[in-house]
Design a protein around this ligand. Structure first.
Ligand code: CIR
Length: 256
């Protein structure tokens, strides 16, 4: 059972963050509103939500998922591949210290961002991307091995349109993976039951399974209906302002 979530409120500097998409500037008030609805949905799924104050110095810091990899047995603070985000990690370490007796770190020059890490039971898919390098992936895998987790690497550097592995992949439990078409034929996923998303629904692949519910981005009704038909209880959330900054549902929280 997931019990906690840590989020960071978007700051007024949010629009100064990095983005690769051309969807216009995010509107701050709308981002705050969508963020609040997101937190309410986490609470509705039974999580206790720790809301960290906005940090104006780091425009991308609302995307807390990238700063840590959390499991039942260990917490790993990452080393973001985006230099402008490196300073976000320290305060997340402080927020996590009441929950974990020991914190592990990814060290320079190796980089890892949490958005590239997808846990599927006791196995971790580690994306190799523009943000997570091969040695970072290896460093993380070594830490996870010490806690009896297995891992495998998924190189996404040639996959267009996704920043992180989880931009196109989500694990919903019970061997079920949501995956974009561009990744669906990878050998790494062959033994899973795949829910393939395509045809303009790619953004919805970044959904979040929490204790039997699934948070999905609003506006992807066909995908939402498919999940419901499979028996999942879905919660649709407006994400327009975060999408403008390359962020999805998973990026907005650390869940453990
Ligand atoms: C960035 O480029 O780092 C942010 N604008 C978006 C990060 C999104 N995080 C995620 O997908 N895990």
């Amino acid at each position: 059972m997931i019990q906690h979530a840590i989020v960071r409120l978007p700051g007024e500097s949010f629009a100064e963050g990095m983005t690769s998409v051309n969807l216009g500037l995010p509107v701050y008030a709308r981002a705050r509103q969508q963020h609040e609805e997101y937190c309410a949905a986490l609470e509705q799924c039974g999580l206790k939500v720790t809301r960290l104050e906005a940090d104006e110095q780091y425009p991308d810091s609302t995307f807390v998922e990238d700063t840590a990899v959390l499991t039942e047995h260990c917490a790993v603070l990452t080393n973001p591949g985006a230099p402008s985000r490196a300073g976000e990690v320290e305060s997340i370490g402080k927020a996590l210290s009441p929950f974990y007796s020991e914190l592990h770190y990814i060290h320079d020059p190796d980089t890892v961002e949490g958005g590239d890490i997808c846990q599927a039971g006791n196995h971790f898919f580690i994306g190799i991307s523009a943000r997570t390098n091969e040695t970072g992936a290896q460093q993380l895998a070594r830490i996870l091995t010490a806690f009896d987790y297995t891992s495998s690497f998924v190189d996404i550097r040639k996959v267009e349109g996704i920043l992180h592995l989880k931009s196109g992949l989500a694990y919903l439990g019970a061997n079920c993976l949501v995956v974009i078409e561009a990744l669906a034929n990878r050998a790494e996923f062959a033994s899973y039951d795949l829910i393939r998303v395509g045809d303009g629904d790619e953004y919805a692949a970044n959904c979040v399974g929490i204790n039997g519910s699934v948070l999905v981005a609003a506006g992807h009704d066909g995908f939402d209906a498919r999940l419901r038909k499979m028996g999942y209880q879905t919660v649709a959330l407006e994400m327009s302002e975060f999408q403008k900054m390359d962020g999805g549902l998973s990026c907005l929280s650390l869940r453990f």
